[in-house]
Design a protein around this ligand. Structure first.
Ligand code: NAP
Length: 435
Protein backbone atom coordinates (compact mmCIF):
# COMPACT_ATOMS: atom_id res chain seq x y z
CA UNK A 1 0.00 0.00 0.00
CA UNK A 2 1.17 3.59 -0.57
CA UNK A 3 2.66 5.32 2.42
CA UNK A 4 0.05 7.78 3.72
CA UNK A 5 1.33 11.07 5.11
CA UNK A 6 -0.72 13.92 6.56
CA UNK A 7 0.93 17.31 7.01
CA UNK A 8 -0.87 19.77 9.29
CA UNK A 9 -0.27 23.34 8.18
CA UNK A 10 0.61 24.70 4.75
CA UNK A 11 3.45 27.15 5.29
CA UNK A 12 7.06 26.76 4.12
CA UNK A 13 7.92 23.87 6.50
CA UNK A 14 4.89 21.90 5.30
CA UNK A 15 5.72 22.39 1.61
CA UNK A 16 9.42 21.65 2.06
CA UNK A 17 8.43 18.36 3.75
CA UNK A 18 6.04 17.45 0.95
CA UNK A 19 8.67 18.44 -1.63
CA UNK A 20 11.32 16.25 0.01
CA UNK A 21 8.95 13.26 0.12
CA UNK A 22 8.16 13.72 -3.58
CA UNK A 23 11.85 13.97 -4.40
CA UNK A 24 12.44 10.58 -2.75
CA UNK A 25 10.20 9.09 -5.42
CA UNK A 26 8.55 6.87 -2.83
CA UNK A 27 5.11 5.40 -3.40
CA UNK A 28 3.22 7.79 -1.15
CA UNK A 29 0.11 9.94 -0.81
CA UNK A 30 0.62 13.30 0.88
CA UNK A 31 -2.30 15.27 2.27
CA UNK A 32 -1.69 18.87 3.32
CA UNK A 33 -4.37 19.98 5.78
CA UNK A 34 -4.87 23.68 6.48
CA UNK A 35 -7.25 25.49 8.87
CA UNK A 36 -7.87 28.35 6.40
CA UNK A 37 -9.15 27.97 2.83
CA UNK A 38 -5.87 29.46 1.56
CA UNK A 39 -2.42 27.84 1.63
CA UNK A 40 1.11 29.15 2.29
CA UNK A 41 0.87 30.28 5.95
CA UNK A 42 3.73 32.65 6.72
CA UNK A 43 4.25 33.48 3.04
CA UNK A 44 0.77 34.95 2.87
CA UNK A 45 0.41 36.31 6.41
CA UNK A 46 3.95 36.87 7.71
CA UNK A 47 6.04 38.29 4.87
CA UNK A 48 5.53 42.06 4.61
CA UNK A 49 3.09 43.21 1.90
CA UNK A 50 5.79 45.32 0.22
CA UNK A 51 8.20 42.38 -0.04
CA UNK A 52 6.46 40.54 -2.85
CA UNK A 53 9.69 39.04 -4.17
CA UNK A 54 10.20 37.17 -0.88
CA UNK A 55 6.81 35.55 -1.44
CA UNK A 56 7.76 34.19 -4.86
CA UNK A 57 8.61 30.81 -3.36
CA UNK A 58 4.84 30.12 -3.39
CA UNK A 59 5.23 29.29 -7.08
CA UNK A 60 7.37 26.25 -6.23
CA UNK A 61 4.94 25.31 -3.46
CA UNK A 62 2.01 25.49 -5.90
CA UNK A 63 3.77 22.96 -8.14
CA UNK A 64 4.14 20.63 -5.16
CA UNK A 65 0.46 21.07 -4.26
CA UNK A 66 -0.58 20.28 -7.83
CA UNK A 67 1.47 17.05 -7.93
CA UNK A 68 -0.61 13.92 -8.46
CA UNK A 69 0.53 12.43 -5.15
CA UNK A 70 -0.48 15.52 -3.18
CA UNK A 71 -3.90 16.72 -2.05
CA UNK A 72 -4.64 20.02 -0.30
CA UNK A 73 -7.53 20.19 2.18
CA UNK A 74 -8.15 23.82 3.18
CA UNK A 75 -10.75 24.95 5.72
CA UNK A 76 -10.18 21.87 7.89
CA UNK A 77 -9.10 22.43 11.47
CA UNK A 78 -7.31 19.55 13.16
CA UNK A 79 -8.23 19.63 16.84
CA UNK A 80 -11.72 20.86 16.00
CA UNK A 81 -13.41 18.96 13.20
CA UNK A 82 -11.02 16.02 13.37
CA UNK A 83 -8.68 15.26 16.27
CA UNK A 84 -4.97 14.63 15.98
CA UNK A 85 -5.52 11.16 17.48
CA UNK A 86 -7.99 10.33 14.71
CA UNK A 87 -5.55 11.52 12.09
CA UNK A 88 -2.75 9.42 13.56
CA UNK A 89 -4.99 6.35 13.51
CA UNK A 90 -5.65 6.67 9.78
CA UNK A 91 -2.25 7.91 8.45
CA UNK A 92 1.12 6.13 8.60
CA UNK A 93 2.82 9.43 9.40
CA UNK A 94 1.54 12.80 10.61
CA UNK A 95 3.73 15.90 10.39
CA UNK A 96 3.07 18.97 12.53
CA UNK A 97 3.92 22.09 10.52
CA UNK A 98 1.69 24.55 12.36
CA UNK A 99 4.28 27.30 12.85
CA UNK A 100 4.45 29.88 15.62
CA UNK A 101 1.55 32.22 15.07
CA UNK A 102 1.10 33.71 18.54
CA UNK A 103 2.45 36.71 20.40
CA UNK A 104 4.96 36.41 23.19
CA UNK A 105 4.13 38.53 26.20
CA UNK A 106 6.69 41.20 27.12
CA UNK A 107 5.87 40.52 30.76
CA UNK A 108 5.70 44.12 32.01
CA UNK A 109 2.93 46.10 33.75
CA UNK A 110 0.42 47.84 31.46
CA UNK A 111 0.80 45.43 28.57
CA UNK A 112 -2.97 44.95 28.44
CA UNK A 113 -3.69 48.63 27.69
CA UNK A 114 -5.49 49.66 24.53
CA UNK A 115 -3.07 50.48 21.73
CA UNK A 116 -0.55 47.75 22.65
CA UNK A 117 -0.21 44.89 20.17
CA UNK A 118 2.01 41.91 19.70
CA UNK A 119 3.66 41.72 16.29
CA UNK A 120 1.95 38.43 15.34
CA UNK A 121 -1.45 40.10 15.70
CA UNK A 122 -0.37 43.38 14.11
CA UNK A 123 1.39 41.78 11.15
CA UNK A 124 -1.55 39.42 10.59
CA UNK A 125 -3.82 42.46 10.64
CA UNK A 126 -1.99 44.34 7.89
CA UNK A 127 -1.61 41.09 5.95
CA UNK A 128 -5.34 40.38 5.82
CA UNK A 129 -5.46 37.34 8.11
CA UNK A 130 -9.12 36.44 8.71
CA UNK A 131 -8.48 36.13 12.48
CA UNK A 132 -7.11 39.68 12.79
CA UNK A 133 -8.89 41.75 10.18
CA UNK A 134 -11.23 43.24 12.81
CA UNK A 135 -8.40 44.45 15.03
CA UNK A 136 -9.08 48.13 14.24
CA UNK A 137 -5.94 49.59 15.84
CA UNK A 138 -6.36 53.29 16.56
CA UNK A 139 -3.67 54.89 14.40
CA UNK A 140 -4.75 58.43 15.20
CA UNK A 141 -1.40 58.84 16.96
CA UNK A 142 1.73 60.90 16.37
CA UNK A 143 4.27 58.51 17.79
CA UNK A 144 4.65 54.73 17.96
CA UNK A 145 7.11 52.52 19.80
CA UNK A 146 8.21 49.25 18.22
CA UNK A 147 9.93 46.96 20.72
CA UNK A 148 12.61 44.64 19.42
CA UNK A 149 15.47 44.75 16.93
CA UNK A 150 14.57 41.94 14.56
CA UNK A 151 13.33 41.91 10.97
CA UNK A 152 9.71 41.91 12.12
CA UNK A 153 10.31 45.15 14.05
CA UNK A 154 11.74 46.67 10.84
CA UNK A 155 8.78 45.37 8.80
CA UNK A 156 6.27 46.94 11.19
CA UNK A 157 8.09 50.29 11.34
CA UNK A 158 8.44 50.41 7.56
CA UNK A 159 4.80 49.54 6.81
CA UNK A 160 3.69 52.26 9.24
CA UNK A 161 5.72 55.02 7.54
CA UNK A 162 5.71 54.18 3.85
CA UNK A 163 3.66 56.45 1.60
CA UNK A 164 0.52 55.33 -0.26
CA UNK A 165 2.66 55.48 -3.42
CA UNK A 166 5.27 53.18 -1.93
CA UNK A 167 2.55 50.73 -0.90
CA UNK A 168 0.43 50.97 -4.08
CA UNK A 169 1.85 47.90 -5.79
CA UNK A 170 1.38 45.69 -2.73
CA UNK A 171 -1.38 43.49 -1.35
CA UNK A 172 -1.89 45.63 1.77
CA UNK A 173 -5.66 45.30 2.34
CA UNK A 174 -7.75 48.47 1.97
CA UNK A 175 -9.00 48.22 5.56
CA UNK A 176 -5.38 48.53 6.76
CA UNK A 177 -4.18 51.00 4.10
CA UNK A 178 -6.91 53.51 5.02
CA UNK A 179 -5.97 54.06 8.71
CA UNK A 180 -2.22 53.70 8.04
CA UNK A 181 -2.23 56.37 5.37
CA UNK A 182 -4.66 58.67 7.20
CA UNK A 183 -2.56 58.46 10.37
CA UNK A 184 -0.83 61.65 11.61
CA UNK A 185 2.07 59.46 12.73
CA UNK A 186 5.40 61.27 12.42
CA UNK A 187 7.76 59.37 14.71
CA UNK A 188 8.43 55.67 15.18
CA UNK A 189 10.87 54.64 17.91
CA UNK A 190 12.45 51.24 17.33
CA UNK A 191 13.97 50.25 20.62
CA UNK A 192 16.45 47.41 21.15
CA UNK A 193 17.40 46.15 24.60
CA UNK A 194 20.96 45.52 23.39
CA UNK A 195 23.21 47.42 20.96
CA UNK A 196 23.49 47.70 17.17
CA UNK A 197 26.01 44.84 17.06
CA UNK A 198 23.54 42.51 18.78
CA UNK A 199 20.55 43.50 16.63
CA UNK A 200 18.98 40.62 14.73
CA UNK A 201 17.80 42.42 11.62
CA UNK A 202 19.60 41.78 8.35
CA UNK A 203 21.37 44.45 6.34
CA UNK A 204 19.11 44.52 3.28
CA UNK A 205 16.14 45.30 5.52
CA UNK A 206 18.10 47.85 7.57
CA UNK A 207 19.39 49.67 4.48
CA UNK A 208 15.89 49.92 3.08
CA UNK A 209 15.02 52.10 6.09
CA UNK A 210 17.54 54.66 4.84
CA UNK A 211 15.83 54.99 1.47
CA UNK A 212 12.21 55.69 2.33
CA UNK A 213 10.41 58.41 0.43
CA UNK A 214 8.89 60.37 3.29
CA UNK A 215 10.77 59.11 6.29
CA UNK A 216 14.31 59.54 7.55
CA UNK A 217 16.14 56.93 9.65
CA UNK A 218 17.97 58.41 12.64
CA UNK A 219 20.45 57.06 15.16
CA UNK A 220 22.63 58.63 17.88
CA UNK A 221 26.39 58.47 17.34
CA UNK A 222 26.94 58.11 21.10
CA UNK A 223 25.12 54.77 21.05
CA UNK A 224 27.33 53.19 18.38
CA UNK A 225 30.32 51.03 19.27
CA UNK A 226 33.53 51.76 17.36
CA UNK A 227 33.77 48.28 15.88
CA UNK A 228 32.43 44.74 15.97
CA UNK A 229 34.32 42.91 18.71
CA UNK A 230 34.24 39.34 20.02
CA UNK A 231 34.38 35.79 18.70
CA UNK A 232 32.11 35.03 15.76
CA UNK A 233 32.15 33.56 12.29
CA UNK A 234 33.50 35.67 9.43
CA UNK A 235 30.02 35.72 7.95
CA UNK A 236 28.46 37.08 11.15
CA UNK A 237 31.22 39.64 11.49
CA UNK A 238 30.70 40.88 7.93
CA UNK A 239 26.96 41.17 8.53
CA UNK A 240 27.40 43.06 11.79
CA UNK A 241 29.97 45.38 10.24
CA UNK A 242 27.58 46.16 7.42
CA UNK A 243 24.80 46.87 9.92
CA UNK A 244 27.06 49.12 11.98
CA UNK A 245 28.07 51.06 8.87
CA UNK A 246 24.41 51.49 7.92
CA UNK A 247 23.40 52.71 11.38
CA UNK A 248 26.43 55.03 11.36
CA UNK A 249 25.06 56.55 8.18
CA UNK A 250 21.76 57.14 10.02
CA UNK A 251 23.63 59.27 12.60
CA UNK A 252 24.47 61.79 9.86
CA UNK A 253 20.84 62.34 8.86
CA UNK A 254 18.73 65.29 10.05
CA UNK A 255 15.32 64.84 11.66
CA UNK A 256 13.76 67.58 9.53
CA UNK A 257 14.91 66.13 6.19
CA UNK A 258 11.56 64.42 5.74
CA UNK A 259 8.12 64.61 7.39
CA UNK A 260 8.53 61.29 9.25
CA UNK A 261 11.27 59.74 11.31
CA UNK A 262 12.23 56.26 12.49
CA UNK A 263 14.51 56.58 15.52
CA UNK A 264 16.85 53.62 16.07
CA UNK A 265 17.35 53.49 19.85
CA UNK A 266 19.52 50.96 21.65
CA UNK A 267 20.41 49.78 25.13
CA UNK A 268 16.93 50.21 26.63
CA UNK A 269 14.58 47.58 28.00
CA UNK A 270 10.88 48.27 28.44
CA UNK A 271 9.77 48.17 32.08
CA UNK A 272 6.23 49.59 31.98
CA UNK A 273 3.54 50.59 29.51
CA UNK A 274 2.19 53.95 30.68
CA UNK A 275 -1.33 55.40 30.50
CA UNK A 276 -4.79 54.75 31.90
CA UNK A 277 -6.99 52.58 29.69
CA UNK A 278 -4.95 53.61 26.62
CA UNK A 279 -1.22 53.62 26.18
CA UNK A 280 0.39 57.07 26.45
CA UNK A 281 4.00 56.00 26.57
CA UNK A 282 6.63 53.43 27.48
CA UNK A 283 9.03 53.59 30.38
CA UNK A 284 12.47 52.13 29.69
CA UNK A 285 15.48 51.28 31.78
CA UNK A 286 18.85 51.89 30.16
CA UNK A 287 20.99 48.81 29.78
CA UNK A 288 24.51 47.67 29.17
CA UNK A 289 25.47 44.42 27.53
CA UNK A 290 27.26 42.05 29.91
CA UNK A 291 28.30 38.61 28.61
CA UNK A 292 25.94 39.12 25.70
CA UNK A 293 22.94 39.89 27.91
CA UNK A 294 21.12 43.17 28.49
CA UNK A 295 21.45 44.29 32.11
CA UNK A 296 19.56 47.27 33.53
CA UNK A 297 21.71 50.08 34.94
CA UNK A 298 19.05 51.74 37.07
CA UNK A 299 18.51 54.82 34.85
CA UNK A 300 15.05 55.33 33.39
CA UNK A 301 13.44 57.39 30.65
CA UNK A 302 10.09 57.55 28.89
CA UNK A 303 8.94 57.79 25.29
CA UNK A 304 5.46 59.24 24.74
CA UNK A 305 3.41 57.31 22.16
CA UNK A 306 -0.12 56.20 21.34
CA UNK A 307 0.79 52.86 19.79
CA UNK A 308 3.12 50.06 20.87
CA UNK A 309 3.96 47.02 18.80
CA UNK A 310 6.00 44.40 20.64
CA UNK A 311 8.05 42.68 17.92
CA UNK A 312 9.94 40.48 20.38
CA UNK A 313 9.51 37.13 18.65
CA UNK A 314 6.63 34.73 18.21
CA UNK A 315 5.54 31.60 20.03
CA UNK A 316 3.40 28.55 19.23
CA UNK A 317 0.13 27.58 20.82
CA UNK A 318 0.10 24.17 22.48
CA UNK A 319 -1.06 21.49 20.08
CA UNK A 320 -3.72 19.24 21.65
CA UNK A 321 -2.64 15.64 22.22
CA UNK A 322 1.09 16.43 21.93
CA UNK A 323 3.78 16.96 24.57
CA UNK A 324 4.34 20.72 24.68
CA UNK A 325 7.33 22.63 25.99
CA UNK A 326 5.59 25.80 27.17
CA UNK A 327 8.88 27.56 28.00
CA UNK A 328 10.38 27.00 24.58
CA UNK A 329 7.00 27.46 22.85
CA UNK A 330 7.54 24.27 20.82
CA UNK A 331 6.27 20.72 20.65
CA UNK A 332 8.70 18.50 22.57
CA UNK A 333 10.67 16.58 19.97
CA UNK A 334 13.91 14.75 19.36
CA UNK A 335 15.28 16.43 16.24
CA UNK A 336 11.80 16.38 14.72
CA UNK A 337 10.54 13.07 16.09
CA UNK A 338 7.67 13.65 18.52
CA UNK A 339 6.17 10.18 19.05
CA UNK A 340 5.74 7.06 16.92
CA UNK A 341 4.47 8.22 13.54
CA UNK A 342 4.35 11.89 14.63
CA UNK A 343 6.93 14.43 13.43
CA UNK A 344 7.45 18.19 13.73
CA UNK A 345 9.00 20.64 11.27
CA UNK A 346 9.62 24.39 11.14
CA UNK A 347 8.85 26.80 13.94
CA UNK A 348 6.72 24.38 15.98
CA UNK A 349 9.81 22.12 16.06
CA UNK A 350 12.62 24.62 16.74
CA UNK A 351 11.06 28.00 17.54
CA UNK A 352 10.59 31.12 15.42
CA UNK A 353 13.98 31.76 13.89
CA UNK A 354 15.63 31.87 10.50
CA UNK A 355 14.35 32.78 7.07
CA UNK A 356 11.90 30.89 4.84
CA UNK A 357 14.64 28.66 3.42
CA UNK A 358 15.74 27.64 6.95
CA UNK A 359 12.75 25.30 6.95
CA UNK A 360 14.09 23.29 4.03
CA UNK A 361 16.48 21.09 6.06
CA UNK A 362 13.61 20.36 8.49
CA UNK A 363 11.47 19.09 5.63
CA UNK A 364 14.31 16.98 4.25
CA UNK A 365 15.03 15.45 7.64
CA UNK A 366 11.36 14.69 8.34
CA UNK A 367 11.05 12.97 4.96
CA UNK A 368 14.14 10.87 5.73
CA UNK A 369 12.79 9.96 9.16
CA UNK A 370 9.39 8.98 7.76
CA UNK A 371 10.97 6.78 5.12
CA UNK A 372 13.38 5.23 7.63
CA UNK A 373 10.56 4.52 10.10
CA UNK A 374 8.14 3.08 7.60
CA UNK A 375 10.20 1.73 4.75
CA UNK A 376 9.70 3.13 1.29
CA UNK A 377 6.31 2.36 -0.16
CA UNK A 378 5.18 0.20 2.73
CA UNK A 379 2.14 2.00 4.06
CA UNK A 380 -0.25 0.18 6.35
CA UNK A 381 -3.05 2.70 6.79
CA UNK A 382 -5.68 3.88 4.38
CA UNK A 383 -4.95 7.59 4.90
CA UNK A 384 -6.77 9.72 2.33
CA UNK A 385 -9.82 7.47 1.85
CA UNK A 386 -10.48 7.31 5.60
CA UNK A 387 -9.82 11.06 5.95
CA UNK A 388 -12.28 11.95 3.20
CA UNK A 389 -14.84 9.63 4.78
CA UNK A 390 -14.43 11.48 8.09
CA UNK A 391 -14.80 14.86 6.36
CA UNK A 392 -18.01 13.69 4.67
CA UNK A 393 -19.39 12.17 7.88
CA UNK A 394 -18.82 15.44 9.78
CA UNK A 395 -20.06 17.69 6.99
CA UNK A 396 -16.74 19.55 6.67
CA UNK A 397 -16.51 21.71 3.53
CA UNK A 398 -12.88 21.17 2.59
CA UNK A 399 -11.31 23.44 -0.05
CA UNK A 400 -9.24 21.61 -2.67
CA UNK A 401 -6.15 23.05 -4.33
CA UNK A 402 -7.99 23.71 -7.59
CA UNK A 403 -10.69 25.53 -5.61
CA UNK A 404 -7.97 27.59 -3.93
CA UNK A 405 -6.69 28.42 -7.42
CA UNK A 406 -10.16 29.74 -8.27
CA UNK A 407 -9.98 32.01 -5.22
CA UNK A 408 -6.45 33.05 -6.16
CA UNK A 409 -7.48 33.88 -9.73
CA UNK A 410 -10.24 36.13 -8.38
CA UNK A 411 -7.75 37.84 -6.03
CA UNK A 412 -5.45 38.52 -9.00
CA UNK A 413 -8.34 39.73 -11.17
CA UNK A 414 -9.51 42.10 -8.41
CA UNK A 415 -6.05 43.68 -7.91
CA UNK A 416 -5.56 47.38 -8.69
CA UNK A 417 -2.62 49.77 -9.22
CA UNK A 418 -0.17 47.06 -10.22
CA UNK A 419 -0.78 45.17 -6.96
CA UNK A 420 -0.17 41.42 -7.18
CA UNK A 421 -3.56 40.51 -5.70
CA UNK A 422 -6.42 41.88 -3.64
CA UNK A 423 -6.71 39.40 -0.81
CA UNK A 424 -9.98 38.04 0.39
CA UNK A 425 -9.81 38.67 4.09
CA UNK A 426 -12.48 36.35 5.43
CA UNK A 427 -13.16 32.66 5.16
CA UNK A 428 -16.80 33.47 4.38
CA UNK A 429 -15.84 35.53 1.31
CA UNK A 430 -13.59 32.77 0.02
CA UNK A 431 -16.20 30.05 0.48
CA UNK A 432 -18.95 32.23 -1.01
CA UNK A 433 -16.88 32.62 -4.17
CA UNK A 434 -16.79 28.84 -4.52
CA UNK A 435 -20.55 28.65 -4.14
P1 NAP B 1 13.88 37.98 16.29
O1 NAP B 1 14.74 38.07 15.09
O2 NAP B 1 14.15 36.88 17.26
O3 NAP B 1 14.00 39.39 17.05
C1 NAP B 1 13.36 39.60 18.28
C2 NAP B 1 13.87 40.89 18.90
O4 NAP B 1 13.11 41.12 20.08
C3 NAP B 1 15.33 40.84 19.33
O5 NAP B 1 15.91 42.10 19.07
C4 NAP B 1 15.24 40.58 20.83
O6 NAP B 1 16.31 41.07 21.58
C5 NAP B 1 13.99 41.37 21.17
N1 NAP B 1 13.37 40.94 22.42
C6 NAP B 1 13.01 39.69 22.79
N2 NAP B 1 12.44 39.71 24.00
C7 NAP B 1 12.44 41.00 24.40
C8 NAP B 1 11.99 41.67 25.56
N3 NAP B 1 11.40 41.00 26.56
N4 NAP B 1 12.13 43.00 25.63
C9 NAP B 1 12.71 43.68 24.63
N5 NAP B 1 13.17 43.12 23.50
C10 NAP B 1 13.03 41.79 23.40
O7 NAP B 1 12.34 37.82 15.94
P2 NAP B 1 11.43 38.48 14.80
O8 NAP B 1 11.86 39.85 14.42
O9 NAP B 1 10.04 38.25 15.28
O10 NAP B 1 11.67 37.52 13.55
C11 NAP B 1 11.35 36.13 13.58
C12 NAP B 1 12.11 35.41 12.48
O11 NAP B 1 11.57 35.76 11.21
C13 NAP B 1 13.57 35.79 12.44
O12 NAP B 1 14.36 34.69 12.14
C14 NAP B 1 13.63 36.81 11.33
O13 NAP B 1 14.89 36.93 10.70
C15 NAP B 1 12.59 36.25 10.37
N6 NAP B 1 12.10 37.31 9.49
C16 NAP B 1 12.82 37.55 8.37
C17 NAP B 1 12.43 38.58 7.54
C18 NAP B 1 13.25 38.87 6.31
O14 NAP B 1 14.12 38.07 5.97
N7 NAP B 1 13.02 40.00 5.67
C19 NAP B 1 11.32 39.36 7.83
C20 NAP B 1 10.61 39.09 8.99
C21 NAP B 1 11.02 38.05 9.82
P3 NAP B 1 17.52 40.10 22.01
O15 NAP B 1 18.31 39.87 20.77
O16 NAP B 1 18.22 40.88 23.06
O17 NAP B 1 16.89 38.83 22.55
Amino acid sequence: MSLSVAIIGSGPAAFYTAGALLKSDTDCRIDIIERLPCPYGLIRFGVAPDHEKTKNVWRAFAKTAAHEKVNFYGNVEIGKEISLGELRRIYDAVVLAVGAGSDRAVGIPGEDKKGVFGSATFVNWYNGHPDCRDLEPDLDVQAAVVLGNGNVAIDVARVLVKTPGEMAATDLPDYAARPIHASPLTDVYMVGRRGPNEAKYTNVELREMGRLENCVALAEAAQLPDSVAGEMSDRDRRMKEKNLATVREFTTRKGDEKPKRVHFKYYAQPVEILGDARVTGVRFERTQVVDGRAEGVGEYFEIACGLVVAAIGYTSRPVAETPFDARGGIVRNDDGRVEDGLYAVGWIKRGPSGVIGSNKPDGKLAAEQILADHGAGSGEKSGRAAFEALLAERGVRAVSFSEWQTIEAAEIANARHGAPRKKFVSTGEMLALLG
